[in-house]
Design a protein around this ligand. Structure first.
Ligand code: HEM
Length: 411
């Protein structure tokens, strides 16, 4: 570890490049947790914020959503982009209080385990399909580019009820929206911005809503298009917010958990062997892989009324950066936290899905997807090894490996 004083280490929370070196990132985060768990971070080009790095403190903030609101800044953006961050499409993540409750209620029932279970057959089929594709690839592929990136998007298309021919468009849009800091992924050309990506979504989903209102089906797109609040259909922008968050939040997050999850198993092969020998561990392993990868690195909150945690009294206007990635390696909750342990008893206590009012709506679905894919893959895998160094997405919001080359033999 460097001799830098802990006050100067906060750049890891804003730096896309720092996240692209996860071992170094976690070593720095561990030091911050131990020496200054509530760290004041002042960086050139960013609004000042407090990094909240322990499991207990992230929970405390999330348990007090009226004190610490999502509006107006749910994710960290450079100061220069603060005005543009006020996007025209408001999603659940930008909402608080009664407005959030009313909008969450629209989709909440659809995402309940009992309902999502009806998707099991389709998800198993997609998992089989992707492992079949791997089997057809001559024992060599890039697991992220060939599998992890595509399979969760197919699931999203299925739950929304979108046609397969729109797949390419959705893939580009969700990647651009969430990976926009990474030069390999961001849109080329100076006239393109996050706002334009969002406007592309708007066009697409406006047309979709029109179709589902004219002819409702049982899919999630119909639930949203025909939802009513206070006796009226949702205004277009509100409805679009629902489509946008489901199309985006459900894709790269799960892709990163799956791509990063396989990489973790390759790097800790005793856990891969254990999982193959005891497939019944897969349910728990899914949570451990989600803890270990923590694909959503942070969300932000804004303090509204004075509130004290440890020796800090947060003041109205203070920004708090909830570091899920750090909280999920907190040794006070997860002994030997930097080790993947598919038998870990409290693996599901991770905060990768957040906590409280904004707890990830897609958590059951994401677990189902991850379990189905690893169950199918590990059940058929005779041999697997890395076929080159992985590379990492440069992003400080949703992040994981960009490339995981492998060679393998499947049954
Ligand atoms: C491994 C995969 C996933 C991870 C790590 C993840 C993570 C998260 C996190 C951290 C939050 C914010 C929680 C908070 O503020 O307390 C969230 C919210 C949300 N997620 Fe996920 N997510 C995943 C998959 C999905 C999927 C598959 C869907 C839907 C298809 C989804 C839909 C949502 C929605 C709609 C919200 C907003 C909830 C609200 O603000 O009330 N997520 N997710």
């Amino acid at each position: 570890m460097t001799a830098a004083s802990v006050e100067n280490l906060g750049a890891i929370f804003a730096s896309p490049a720092a996240y692209a070196d996860p071992v170094a990132w976690h070593a720095t985060a561990k030091r911050i947790r131990e020496e200054s768990p509530l760290l004041r971070v002042a960086l050139d080009g960013y609004p000042e914020f407090w990094a909240i790095t322990t499991h207990a403190d992230v929970m405390t903030v999330e348990r007090n959503p009226d004190v610490f609101t999502n509006d107006p800044l749910p994710t960290l953006v450079p100061s220069a982009d603060l005005a543009a961050a006020a996007v025209p499409v408001k999603t659940l993540i930008q909402m608080d209080g009664d407005q959030h409750k009313a909008h969450r209620n629209i989709v909440n029932d659809w995402f309940k385990p009992g309902n999502v279970k009806a998707m099991q057959g389709r998800i198993d089929e997609l998992a089989r399909d992707y492992v079949d594709r791997m089997a057809a690839m001559d024992g060599r592929c890039d697991f992220v580019r060939d599998v992890a990136l595509h399979y969760p998007l197919q699931v999203i298309l299925s739950i929304l009820g979108l046609p397969e021919e729109d797949y390419g468009r959705m893939l580009t849009l969700t990647q651009e929206l969430f990976g926009a800091e990474d030069p390999d992924i961001a849109r080329m050309g100076e006239d393109q911005s996050t706002l334009e990506v969002i406007l592309d979504f708007v066009d697409y989903f406006t047309a979709l809503a029109g179709e589902r209102r004219a002819e409702p089906t049982g899919d999630l797109a119909s639930v949203i298009a025909n939802a009513e609040l206070d006796g009226a259909l949702l205004p277009d922008m509100d409805m679009l917010g629902h489509y946008v968050i489901i199309a985006t939040a459900g894709h790269d997050t799960t892709s990163n958990a799956i791509g990063g999850g396989l990489l973790a198993l390759l790097e800790q092969p005793d856990q891969l062997a254990l999982l193959q020998a005891r497939p019944e561990l897969i349910d728990n392993a899914a949570d451990e892989l989600i803890r270990w990868t923590s694909p959503v690195k942070h969300f932000m909150r804004t303090c509204r009324t004075p509130f004290t945690i440890r020796d800090v009294t947060f003041q109205p206007g203070d920004l708090l950066y909830l570091s899920y990635a750090s909280a999920n390696r907190d040794e006070d909750v997860f002994p030997d936290a930097s080790r993947l342990d598919v038998t870990r008893e409290n693996a599901a206590s991770h905060l990768a899905f957040g906590f409280g009012r904004h707890f990830c709506l897609g958590a059951h679905l994401a677990r189902m997807e991850i379990r189905a894919l690893f169950k199918e893959l590990l059940g058929r895998l005779e041999h697997i090894e890395p076929a080159g160094e992985p590379t990492w997405i440069r992003a400080h919001f949703v992040q994981g490996p960009k490339s995981v080359p492998i060679t393998y033999r499947l049954r």
